[in-house]
Design a protein around this ligand. Structure first.
Ligand SMILES: Nc1ncnc2c1ncn2[C@@H]1O[C@H](COP(=O)(O)OP(=O)(O)OP(=O)(O)O)[C@@H](O)[C@H]1O
Length: 280
């Protein structure tokens, strides 16, 4: 089963359109959702959560229509945005009381364990917490009703590498249950390299690719050379080219290229740059 299935989603603002957005997140997997600023990641996520009304298309969460079954679906989802959107004068203990009324499955024990693990003070007002602490609190809030799906919109942005690592470990622990799934929107491609099973790249409101991370990292290669050398590559093997430091760089399908060509392994960031900035 797919935890998330999006077919042909359209949503427009003045000067920006999400067009034909289609991708799926199989249950038990982590989807990295990557794209530059303003590419449409948050808009897609807000449409999924029905915080923005879609214009057209189908969104299924756990196989059910996301609007028709909104209430039951939301019990099984934990959401983290890039900041904590709750009244700033509350503290973590007061939030526990509120959330226990919102979710029948709210687990105060688990919530306070996470706060202790993350050293988030229980009685300090939210406006007095550092950005890292607010994000950790946000993640504890998203997890403590034991959701099956986490929807994370830039949960690690602006955090230092040590806190990011702790947070990624928490997500990896969440994924120990095979029925759990994560949609993880991020600019930080190294985080996605660590945690994602699949990568979906969105650019200017359109999906440019949605593939398994291993396929991307092992089936693609980068060839660096001058224009004559790049011309010697089989045309059908070249996905994108872009100017390099000493000539041209080509993103190629490894299996279509003779072993005589020395290829480098791409990172997710390389692949993103080739697809967004390279030429076909
Ligand atoms: N409520 C809105 N009204 C009008 N335009 C909007 C609204 N929300 C988003 N947009 C526009 O839609 C485009 C996509 O924004 P979105 O926030 O989805 O991008 P993003 O990929 O999440 O970017 P970032 O990584 O910077 O968060 C932007 O041009 C933005 O200005």
């Amino acid at each position: 089963m797919n935890a998330i299935e999006i077919h042909d989603l359209h949503k427009g603002f003045e000067g920006f359109f999400l067009k034909n957005i289609s991708f799926s997140v199989p249950q038990g997997t982590v989807m990295g959702f990557v794209g530059e600023n303003g590419a449409g990641k948050s808009t897609t996520i807000k449409c999924m959560l029905n915080l923005l009304k879609k214009e057209y298309g189908e969104i299924l969460l756990f196989g059910k229509d996301h609007v028709e079954h909104e209430l039951s679906i939301k019990n099984d989802i934990g959401v983290v945005f890039d900041d904590l959107h709750v009244p700033e004068t509350l503290n973590a203990t007061q939030l526990d009381k509120i959330m226990s009324k919102v979710f029948q499955t709210w687990d105060s024990g688990y919530y306070f364990e996470r706060l202790a693990q993350f050293k988030v003070p229980k009685r300090k007002k939210i406006k007095e917490l550092s950005r890292g602490m607010r994000m950790k609190l946000s993640i504890a809030l998203a997890l403590a009703h034991h959701p099956k799906l986490l929807i994370l919109d830039e949960p690690t942005s602006g955090l230092d590498p040590i806190i990011r690592d702790e947070i990624l470990d928490l997500f990896l622990a969440f994924m120990q249950d095979e029925t759990h799934s994560i949609l993880f929107s991020s600019h930080i491609t190294s985080d996605l390299e660590k945690i994602a099973d699949y990568i979906t790249l969105i650019h200017n409101g359109e999906i440019l690719l949605s593939e398994s991370k291993d396929a991307l990292l092992y089936e693609y290669g980068i060839f660096k050379g001058n224009s004559e050398e790049v011309n010697d590559l089989p045309k059908h093997a070249i996905l994108r080219t872009r100017p390099g430091t000493f000539g041209i760089e080509a993103l190629v399908l490894k299996k279509e290229v003779n072993e005589a060509f020395r290829l480098e392994r791409p990172s997710i960031e390389d692949i993103m740059l080739f697809f967004v900035k390279g030429s076909v």
